[in-house]
Design a protein around this ligand. Structure first.
Ligand code: ZN
Length: 197
């Protein structure tokens, strides 16, 4: 029988992606071999994560109210890339191919899961698109059923605006997510994005 402290640790850590109960137990035993100050470094870095907020413009992770990408004058503010989650920004940035700015929807349309347009950051997107600064909207939602449906929805909804819509098309397997795309394919896919409206 494990101590209550150990049981709590295992229960919490086994909720992390890719970490089952067995791994959580191994982590706990590993940490218990460390000096107390080294264990605290882990809890301190987790605490620091709680200070991260969402950029008030694009929805990216940010240490201030506006993220580094939105506040960077070197970025192309006429080109907007729409993604499902902030983590997708990190994937696209890793290719160094995209120089525009971003808009995070915080998900994709999924009627089965009860996620409609009102649950996504679409009103915020509309405000940005209506401002007149953005000339191209590059929709980089995942090439899944939900991601494609979201892209279709956005193109139809904003067809009244004089904006070119492009989409990630080639190089990424349908049904897969950006997270699992290899960097080379993703770079090509961004470079050869296709106009859809
Ligand atoms: Zn931002």
């Amino acid at each position: 029988m494990f101590l209550k402290e150990l049981q709590n640790f295992i229960q919490i850590f086994s909720q992390l992606p890719g970490i089952g109960e067995k791994s959580a137990r191994r982590i706990a035993f590993y940490l218990l071999k460390l000096p107390k100050e080294d264990i605290l470094k882990f809890s301190d870095t987790i605490y620091e994560l709680t200070k991260i907020q969402f950029c008030s413009v694009c929805g990216n992770f940010s240490s201030g109210s506006i993220c580094e990408i939105c506040s960077n004058p070197e970025r192309n503010h006429e080109l907007l890339c729409i993604v499902e989650y902030p983590s997708d920004i990190y994937v696209i940035e890793s290719t160094k191919e995209f120089k525009g700015t971003y808009h995070v929807l915080m998900g994709a349309l999924s009627p089965i899961d009860g996620i409609g347009p009102e649950n996504l950051r679409i009103n915020e997107l509309e405000q940005r698109l209506k401002s007149g600064t953005i000339h191209e909207c590059f929709i980089a939602t995942n090439p899944t059923l939900e991601g494609d449906a979201t892209a279709d929805y956005l193109v139809k909804k904003f067809s009244y605006l004089p904006i070119v819509f492009t989409r990630l098309m080639h190089g990424i397997t349908t049904g897969s997510t950006l997270e699992f795309a290899d960097k080379y394919s993703l770079t090509l896919s961004i470079k050869n994005r296709i106009r859809i409206a």
